[in-house]
Design a protein around this ligand. Structure first.
Ligand SMILES: Cc1cc2nc3c(=O)[nH]c(=O)nc-3n(C[C@H](O)[C@H](O)[C@H](O)COP(=O)(O)OP(=O)(O)OC[C@H]3O[C@@H](n4cnc5c(N)ncnc54)[C@H](O)[C@@H]3O)c2cc1C
Length: 363
């Protein structure tokens, strides 16, 4: 009997375990090695990576994002703090090393049962009881979906992939344009030593490897790894954070932000809330029910922001190239700063359209 059984040892699962210090924790991961399968570009705030004790995983730091319009206009968006790309396997190993948790690697979670008798996580190697269960299995939300049919909807998904190529860049670059990738965007994230993670993602069903080869040609990249990694980003907005008394964290709970597909910072933020509440349950300060209620209430505070980001996504990914050119061409430095401040304060609402309208009118 554990205090908490966490399904998934990705960003959300490991960070939840990190903050559940008072709990006797079991983390169940289907991969045989931690961080064995990188899906993501893995860019996140440096402060968070260091706070989780994984500073050695930092590859490259940056503090601005350059957005390119279809015909080559550029908008430079400053970040309020330094971000970095990380070595995913190193990150997972470092966080896991600092945990006082048991790990069940190479073990696939198949579902859960929660009833008056208690909570049990079922896996292909037997069942594990815990006072609290956490689903951190990523976009498929294996546990929550086993308890509620249709929990992980098909709408709002972005499919994305990337490779690593020789490309010297200091900043992150984002490219829009239907010639490169319709219904999405392409990117370059430096990882140091003259190399970068180069990829693209779209809401549409496209031949992404072929489009990425074209993008590499467009950038003039001569050498790139032959392999790709990537996957689905559930950008449909927040799902229910608690299902049948199970905490759901990270992509499993739809906590990746629509429009930007930034999920890692949000994993860490919500994992901290979840892990600290679980610690208080283990310490006898809160009931499990009260912890679930408080976790859900904290996530719900951001529902309005996620809805607004979803609306922005629905507009931006459908805009014709000409409109993107005009908008990006008119984002001057003060407007870029305002947009960045609004995004990082979680305040983007319909006001973002006001900022863009002023940009268009040149005010
Ligand atoms: C191509 C791409 C690029 C991205 N780039 C960025 C970026 O630069 N910055 C950013 O903030 N976000 C980015 N994102 C989004 C970000 O990667 C996700 O939001 C983040 O990985 C979510 O973390 P998670 O722990 O919730 O899920 P995941 O990272 O998916 O981790 C889930 C874990 O659960 C395990 N698991 C799954 N099923 C089972 C099971 N049945 N039993 C046991 N274990 C299981 C998996 O093996 C995995 O270890 C990107 C996503 C993609 C696809």
């Amino acid at each position: 009997m554990y205090d908490a059984v966490i399904a998934g040892a990705g960003f959300a699962g490991l960070a939840t375990a990190y903050f559940a210090r008072e709990c006797r924790v079991l983390v169940v991961e289907r991969e045989a090695e931690l961080g064995a399968r990188q899906r993501s570009t893995c860019a996140a705030p440096v402060s968070w990576i260091r706070r989780l004790g994984a500073g050695s995983s930092v590859l490259w730091e940056f503090d601005r994002v350059v957005i390119h319009s279809p015909s080559g206009h550029e908008a430079r968006i400053p970040l309020p703090e330094r971000y970095c790309t990380i070595d995913y396997a190193e990150f997972c190993r470092r966080v896991a090393e600092s945990l006082d948790a048991e790990l069940a690697l190479g073990t696939r979670v198949t579902g859960a049962t929660v009833d008056g008798e208690g909570a049990v996580m079922h896996t292909d190697s037997g069942s594990f009881s815990g006072e609290m269960l956490v689903d951190a299995t990523g976009w498929r939300a294996v546990v929550a979906s086993s308890l509620r049919r249709g929990y992980a909807p098909a709408r709002g998904r972005i499919t994305a992939l990337e490779t690593v190529g020789e490309y010297d860049a200091r900043d992150v670059h984002i490219y829009y344009g239907s010639r490169l990738v319709p219904g999405g965007y392409a990117w370059v994230f430096p990882v140091g030593n003259g190399r970068a993670r180069i990829g693209l993602g779209s809401m549409r069903t496209l031949k992404l490897p072929k489009l990425n080869r074209r993008f590499l040609e467009f950038l003039g990249v001569e050498r790139a790894e032959g392999t790709h990694h990537g996957g689905v980003i559930p950008c449909e907005g927040l799902r229910e954070p608690v299902v049948s008394q199970v905490f759901v964290v990270g992509d499993a709970a739809g906590q990746v932000l629509p429009s930007t597909a930034e999920g890692i910072r949000k994993c860490f933020e919500f994992a901290e809330v979840c892990g600290r509440l679980m610690s208080r349950v283990a310490a006898g300060e809160l009931s499990r029910e009260e912890a679930l209620r408080r976790y859900a209430a904290r996530v719900e505070e951001e529902r309005g922001f996620y809805r607004s980001m979803l609306r922005v996504q629905e507009v931006v990914y459908r805009l014709p190239d000409r409109a993107m050119d005009v908008i990006i061409g008119r984002i001057n430095d003060p407007t870029a700063k305002r947009l960045s401040d609004m995004y990082f304060r979680g305040e983007i609402g319909m006001s973002v359209l006001g900022v863009l309208r002023s940009a268009l009118l040149g005010r």
